[in-house]
Design a protein around this ligand. Sequence first.
Ligand code: ATP
Length: 495
Amino acid sequence: MTQKAKGQDDNNPLKKIIAHAKEYGFIFPSSEIYDGLQAVYDYGQNGVELKNNLKHLWWKAMTQMHENVVGIDAAIFMHPATWKASGHVDSFNDPMIDNKDSKKRYRVDHLIEDKASQYEQEGKANDAAALLDKMENLLAQEDYKGLYDLIIAENIQCPIAKTANWTEVRQFNLMFSTEMGAVADESGKIYLRPETAQGIFVNFLNVQKTSRQQIPFGIAQIGKAFRNEIVARQFIFRMREFEQMEMQYFVRPGEEMQAYQTWKERRMKFLTSLGLPAQKLRWHVHTKLAHYANAAEDIEFEFPFGFKELEGIHSRTDFDLTQHQNLSRTKMQYYDEETKERYVPYVVETSIGADRLFLAVLCNAYTEDKGVDAEGREKERIYLNLHPLLAPYQVAIFPLVRKDGLPQKAREVFELLRYDCRALYEEKGAIGKNYTRQDLIGTPFCITVDHQTLEDQAVTLRHRNTTQQERVAIADLPNKLGEVLSLRHWLKQLQ
Ligand code: ATP
């Protein structure tokens, strides 16, 4: 039997995943009845569970497993000076270019990177590297004329118009703005935060004083961020409204590189602990560092469209706190009891998009299991190989038939399990179809209550990945499932 989501395209793995995500209640295009809103998405009934589980595990890994990391939840709106201090007002720009024929606008770096990928596919790795090198130099020098010339020299064409009829390269600020209060003029202009990190920096003193944390310590936060991304492709990889999970770790100046190494290891361990395979993750070292950073690396994941940034780990020096100190005239200093010194702490940041992690996990989980059935016919089974702690439902319980007291017995099993895990009770539909449905949303365990259950107080436990079934006493279920679904067990692996 084949179960494919509507609109699925056999040759495009991302399209398959997008179709699957929609068909099974994970992700819907925003305001779809009005034809959607570009690069904005809604999470459906299964998507919200998976996303909440990701956020929950990140939060637990950060705060529960680190005695010196605490969390906050800052507002999306911040004083506009915040974004002046952080540099976002003046330099959160991307160089853009418009095609005069298609009227489409593109990020210059994306156009050039696509050309480099094309060279790579043609086996011209040296040309690709040389092109990227040229681009990085021009970007670093903010040489827009040079970038334009490079696009023309490489004959880079608009993917839609298929022409190289380009405007000049221009800067475009990615922040969304709105007005606060009744008067719509520049004085009331505020921004929707383009990153969550600044909410942490401006609260550094509040948290340090009230938590009585001593350096080194970290502040973690999960929250929405907004960027007016121009090229919003690749599903939830690049959205205009998205969620970030960031942690800023404050250290003594000079001790940042040690913290940087430690957090690099911890973050990689976190990602593999969720079931992302090590071979699909790699480090990308930033060769051209932002002026405030003294080390920066990204963890890239192999998405269906290639290795792309999933998480950034950056050593940001004392740049942000110093900027806020200068603009707000509030001392952002810390008095170190040990060294008897006063200093602005250095910061190591880990920053990952919850939606991007969702996409990585979903792409990795999507499995097409091809085989032959007992009669020798080809069959294909699709399931989501989600980590049991991430799956929207962890166990689904069905009575074999809707009579003979089986629904009542199955409900008893449901009541036994629902307080310790995300359990689902379903009495409609044939068992085979119910198994298939749970496979498609990634439920790791299914339980069937049959006539024999009434006699031996045992049920059939079916495992999603192998489809193997075993008979388990009802009384043993909590322990058996508890071992696999244990948060404690997962957290211990992280140490
Ligand atoms: P990119 O180069 O892909 O635009 P970035 O380097 O600007 O990303 P950061 O500012 O370092 O990204 O943000 C940290 C993390 O936030 C990224 O690693 C990514 O996981 C996530 N993120 C950033 N922009 C978006 C977006 N538009 N949609 C979804 N997630 C995003």
